[in-house]
Each structure stands twice: as structure tokens, then as C-alpha cells.
Design a protein around this ligand. Structure first.
Ligand SMILES: [Zn+2]
Length: 304
């Protein structure tokens, strides 16, 4: 074989190897997951459902944490440094609002999305059936931030997650779309389930310790009555008031959130012969948790 021919073959080999290398690199870039931060675990559920294998999700607040007291830690800052997108919810939490500048310094390219954009935010006293018995409503002007605890909000949030992920990675849009459709189907099945459980109780009251379920109540025309007074433990007068209210309205259960100690709720429930049911508003699998909540509320109307 002439010398030139050998060189030619060698050159092709080298070029071929380089090309394969390039393609591999590109494939790697495409499969590199999008680093997503969410404020609370139910958002992680939405993002993972839609983003699937294209996303890697971290929640700033864990399932057993509390949005009311959460603060910024070095570990959280580290996550923010490596993130592509940050999904917050409702109005920014204090640790988010106070540190937005720090976020920007750590990661100038970070995209911040309001997951609940388009869902109507209400004050506590704007929820279904509010009356004088609602002591927690003293904070009239403060917005009730538990907006993710409603089926229609979750639908809006899912759409917003889809939009944001699609603009970040347009090549995966069809994949995201397919996942969104499946998620919306799941949410719709949940709505039917909830209507089936609660449909017979329209217009009734339900007792909760911390007022997290106003948006949920609105959806099924149920009036949330909170035992807590101004985010604090109820006083003796409030306990008597709740006991009388429970007897008058045939209520046998208090819904408590996992973030609050159930001791006070149990004590209050004892005054009217009722019980407590623990539901976690930060549960990752929030659809399942809402069904659990509906069952507990329905059970609370039955004589024990
Ligand atoms: Zn809360």
C-alpha cells in the first residue's frame, strides 16, 4: 500500500473517532438532568411527574419541615448555587424574600418561577363560609399561602411547571407534554374521588387545628374552622367555644397538621368526645394525602 493511502486511512480513523467523541459529548449534554429546586415537597411531586428523567429535584423544605419557620442554611445555599431553576409557590416565604439577593449573587443565571401564578390567592377570611367563629381570621389582610392544597391550584401549577421546563429544554417538550397529560388525568381522577367522598356534605363545617385547608374547603363548599388563635395555642375560652361549636354542628374530629404537636388538639377534642386525625399538607404525594383528608373529614361527621 502506498504511503499516502495509509495516511488517508489513518486520517479517516482519527476524524471518525473525533466525531464519535463529539456526538457522545452532545448526547451527554442532553441527558444531563435539569437541576430543579422547589419550595415544598408537593411541588417536587409535580416537577418529577412532568420532568421525569430529565429533572433532578430538591425541596427547600422537607416533608416534616414547616414553611412558617424555615430559614436559609448553608446546605440550601449550596443547592441554589448548582440549580437551573427555582419553583417557589404563593407569596415568597420569608427565607426566600429576605435572601433573593443572596440567591442572585450565588447563581446569577437562576430562573425563578412562581409555580402558582394564575391561581387566586385569598386572605383567610375570604374562604368559604367564614363567620364570627373564625378567630384565626384576625390576620385579615395576610394572604393564606396554602394555595397548593386544592385540586384546581394543582392543575394550574402543573401547567406552569410544564411551561417553565419546556422553555428551559424545548427538545423535551413532547416528553413533558405526555407526562403533563398523565398527571392532569391523575388530578382529575382525584377530584372525582373527592367529590364522591365529600359531595354529600356541602355547606358543612370541619374543624382543623392550623388553618391550612381553606382552599380545599372552597373547592368542596366546606367551611374550615380553626382551633388555633392567631397562629397560637387556643385559650380556655376558645376551647369552650370550639367544644360548643362541635356539639352544635355534629363534628367529631379535628384535623391536625404534622407540623404542630397534636397534644393541644387532642385536649380540645377530648372536651367534646372527638378525636384527631393527622394530615400532612407538605406530603410529597399530595393527591393521596387530599383523599386521606377527605375521608377523615367525612368520618368526622359520623357518630363515633
Ligand atoms: Zn401552614
Amino acid at each position: 500500500m502506498p504511503k499516502n493511502g495509509l495516511w488517508l486511512i489513518l486520517s479517516f480513523l482519527v476524524i471518525g473517532l473525533l466525531l464519535t467523541g463529539c456526538l457522545e459529548l452532545r448526547a451527554q449534554a442532553q441527558t444531563e438532568p435539569i437541576n430543579v429546586i422547589v419550595t415544598i415537597p408537593p411541588q417536587a411531586f409535580l416537577v418529577e411527574s412532568i420532568g421525569g428523567k430529565r429533572t433532578k429535584v430538591t425541596s427547600m423544605i422537607p416533608e416534616d419541615g414547616s414553611p412558617h419557620t424555615s430559614s436559609l442554611t448553608p446546605e440550601k445555599l449550596k443547592k441554589i448555587r448548582g440549580a437551573d431553576i427555582y419553583f417557589r409557590v404563593g407569596t415568597p416565604l420569608p427565607f426566600e424574600e429576605n435572601n433573593l439577593e443572596v440567591f442572585r449573587e450565588e447563581n446569577p443565571e437562576l430562573i425563578v418561577v412562581n409555580t402558582s401564578r394564575g391561581a387566586e390567592l385569598k386572605a383567610l377570611d375570604q374562604h368559604y363560609g367564614k363567620t364570627k367563629v373564625d378567630r384565626a381570621d384576625d390576620e385579615k389582610k395576610s394572604i393564606d399561602n396554602h394555595v397548593w392544597l386544592s385540586v384546581s391550584s394543582l392543575e394550574i401549577m402543573a401547567e406552569n411547571v410544564f411551561d417553565a421546563l419546556s422553555s428551559l429544554d424545548p427538545s423535551s417538550k413532547e416528553y413533558f407534554r405526555k407526562n403533563l397529560d398523565e398527571l392532569l388525568k391523575k388530578i382529575s381522577v382525584t377530584r372525582d374521588k373527592l367529590n364522591g367522598i365529600l359531595g354529600a356534605f356541602v355547606g358543612r363545617n370541619f374543624l382543623v387545628y392550623h388553618p391550612a385547608w381553606g382552599y380545599f374547603g372552597d373547592e368542596f363548599k366546606l367551611h374550615q374552622v380553626a382551633v388555633q388563635e392567631k397562629r397560637d395555642k387556643p385559650g380556655a375560652r376558645r376551647v369552650r367555644e370550639i367544644a360548643n361549636f362541635a356539639k352544635e354542628h355534629g363534628l367529631h374530629k379535628i384535623i391536625t397538621s404534622s407540623q404542630f404537636s397534636p397534644t393541644t388538639a387532642k385536649m380540645v377534642a377530648n372536651t367534646f368526645g372527638g378525636s384527631v386525625a393527622k394530615i400532612n399538607p407538605l406530603e410529597r404525594d399530595i393527591l393521596k394525602e387530599l383523599v386521606k383528608l377527605a375521608r377523615e373529614i367525612a368520618e368526622g361527621y359520623r357518630e363515633s
